[in-house]
Design a protein around this ligand. Sequence first.
Ligand code: GTP
Length: 988
Amino acid sequence: MPIRIYALAKELQVDSKQLVDICNRAGVTGKGSALASLDDDELVKVKAFLNKDSGGDDSRRGSQGRATVDEPVRPERPVQPSKPKQIRTLGGPLAGRGRSKDDLSHEADESELAASSVATEEEVAPSTDTPEAESTPEVEAEATPTTPAEDTVDTSASVFEEEETPVAEAEVEAPEVEEKPQETAETETPHRDAPVRGIRRGDYIAIGSQRKVRTLGAGGAKKPDDDRKGRDKPKPKKAGPVVKIAKMPTAPAPKQTTEKKEPAAQKPIMQLPKEAIKGAKKGQKAPLEEFTKLHEKKRKSKDRKSVADIEEVTEPREGDEATPRGKKSKGKSTGMAGMAGSRDARTQGRKRIRNVGSVDGGDDVEVRGRRQRPRREKSSNKVSTAAPRKTDVALELPCTLREFSEATGLPVQSVQRTLMGLGQMVTINATLDAETAELLCAEHGIDLKIKEPESIEDTLLNQIDDMVDSDEDLVERPPVVTFLGHVDHGKTSLLDKIIGLNVVSGEAGGITQHIRAYIVDKGDKKISFVDTPGHEAFTEMRARGANVTDIAVLIVAADDGVMPQTEEAISHAKAANVPIIVALNKMDVPGANPDKALQQLSQHGLLPAEWGGDVEVVKTSAMTGEGVDTLLETILLTSEIHEYKANPNRQAVGVCLEAEQESDRGVLAKLIVNNGTLKVGDVVVCGSTFGRIKAMYDTLNPRVRLEEAPPSTPINVTGFDEAPAAGERFYVLNDIADAREIAEMRSHRSREQQLGGHTVKISFEDFQARLQSGNLAGDEAGIVYLNIILRADTRGSIEAIQKELDKLDHPEVKVRVMQATVGGVTVADVTLASASDAVIVAFNVIPDEAARSLADDRGVEIRRYDIIYKVTEDIKMLLEGRLRPESRVTELGRALVQRTFTVSRIGTIAGCRVLGGIIERNCRIRVNRDGRGIGDYPLDSLKREKDDVKEVREGYECGIKLGGFNDIKEGDILEAFKIEEFARTLES
Ligand SMILES: Nc1nc2c(ncn2[C@@H]2O[C@H](COP(=O)(O)OP(=O)(O)OP(=O)(O)O)[C@@H](O)[C@H]2O)c(=O)[nH]1
């Protein structure tokens, strides 16, 4: 049976190289390395050579055999006669068996060992002769020396100790290898004579097994120290060596290379949803059961995973940062399994990091590095996150510097630099007022639009205004009818006749002083009537946005016909865009001429139905009651045609018609409900006043209390803190705090407007600007109308101007003359102009003081002309959008001529008192006499007593000499004005 040289060397306890040399010397050539095999003949030959060299008995053969070896030099040991006993005491039963085996015949041993050896070779290394097999560790293991005693006692501790020795040798350094044979020589020497045999399967310890044993840890495997102790144990029983030898260096205990134990992984605290807990109580399967099993399986299989497997997973992660997350999400499944996948991925991630990164704190380093990388990349890109700079912004002012910067896109530092240049040191949270913001925008070339902050008024009241009732909620409501007409034509009398009252006699001078509003029954229908002191009041409500009237009844006395106020009433009714019914009253009067009245009405655009027109004319008499029922039927018929509807099931909105302070009840306001139902206890805001409705009274029977007022119902209410203005709209709100806030806000705004002056509501220039910008809403056909109220000195002037205006034709913009009457501009004109966004054209007439004042308050423009073509030219330019920039007349003041003085060679000097404004030198003077303009002339001289002065202010007297006009008379009104050049607002 072949045996390798190194195995034999071990058996003989000599160095392999020395054995190679011995082989050569013994004539066994061709054995150049320790891995070379010796066949039986060669083995016998070598052994014979060794025996020949030694020439001693068995007990001495080992030591002599070793003595023949040149190196290393070992101290000779004296032969101990009691050696077998020592062996027996050392090995115990094993030693005894070993001794008994010596008695066995060599043939038996050889055959048995050969059989076991063959079996072992077949199992472990079937082709030991192949070069590959020779180089494999398994082949090395085959040559592990064993003792014959091991054949029978294969699991004894001594066998294990013997097996451990070469393993330890493999781990320790060279000097230790040389020590081993010395320590074991005494025990192995008796078996030296045993024939060489192969190893058994039980003797074989694979490399992997060796490693396994080594890495078992302190508790799992015997330490080399223990082995040494085991071997050292019987030493005291041994006979000490005769010759003292130097103590051999002891091999240091092999270092424990087991990995640091990690603390046991803690189970995560997982809170189950309540449903799962409930379900589990009811016996349902626990939701985490499957997940736990799956996770446990994964954990077990994870331990078996090789490093290569882990690295394989790691690689794509190193290359692509997005991959790991993708892998994690891939591993996720629905429900709890998804959680398991996520945890598993996290565990793998930790492992990965440990393998790739450093041992100490590798986790943190890797994790930190991975997380920081995107940030570094982001910062290196230097992408500006600042808002783009804008060319025009809408800002709510005041605002902070930060808000300004964010809105405009200007860097804060840039804005601060600009402000520093203006001498202002501001912080980022400093507040910028409108002026500063405008300055900054101008500096940086940004168009600034100041945005009005959205108030609670906007949010709440606009929400109510925009509320649209569904068709199902809408029900028919009574029409609200207003009587309009000339004074004393019988409005009040007719209404009294309808409701059965006699109010006329109760009013001072028979003139209606208050607005009256009643609701009357006509069969199963109701009609609300509103009687106003004049059409101004009617228009006043419209001017405030409260168009309560559904139907206008124009009262025309059949004996008088159309009068100036009738014309105005027609204009107001037309401007309100409501159906008009004409009541030809006083038909009982002997001088009644209905045909003449109808003709006049036709001339004012009201063509009667009996003449083929669309205006219903009812002949009535408030005295006799003639035609009253017909008038009511006509009203109801008109109402039916127009289908006036409202939703009674919502909070009320309406209009205040009138209010007064009463000594006992406080504020008593007359309201009319437009929509919804007003109830006692409702919180109401009306204009700049608010309150909670304490009580409601019927307007016909003031002592009758009402609990609620449905749509179109006029009522008197108490509960307001102050008297609201006529024409103000009221709203019912849910919260009285909101009502208070809105009222206070409006009050504050009203004061500001009074202090800040007025703005022109509409003017020619403004109209043109709004026309160009498209801010003027047109009618259904898209036609925009320029509303004009024309006042002229004569009927002829009116006709001439209207004729000229008719020539103006523009497809999209048209002139609408709302009213054209003779005489000076009145308050009614201003009211109508204010309500209708109209411009008053005064031709050779002037406004009276009340009208002038009201026009200033309302911002109504009154344009005065004295040449007809100038009127039409301006309007033509306006319509064509080619209004030239021209000199604008600036009114300076007015003076009353008290006396006149005629001086020869100089002319007439007017002694005047300045009524208002200022009279300046070099101005022009417009002379007005009896409300009509005579002409305008340059101011020749202006004196105070005998001194020329630059100006004379209100309340002072002065002497005025006009250039080229001496026909000045006492009572004339002199209006001073100057012509100034103004820049164009629009280019042609
Ligand atoms: N004969 C006759 N007289 C009437 C008729 N209607 C009104 N009157 C009288 O005309 C006068 C004026 O009547 P009012 O009802 O006050 O006229 P009004 O239009 O209301 O007047 P203001 O309230 O000032 O706008 C009263 O004296 C009435 O008696 C009528 O149909 N026939």
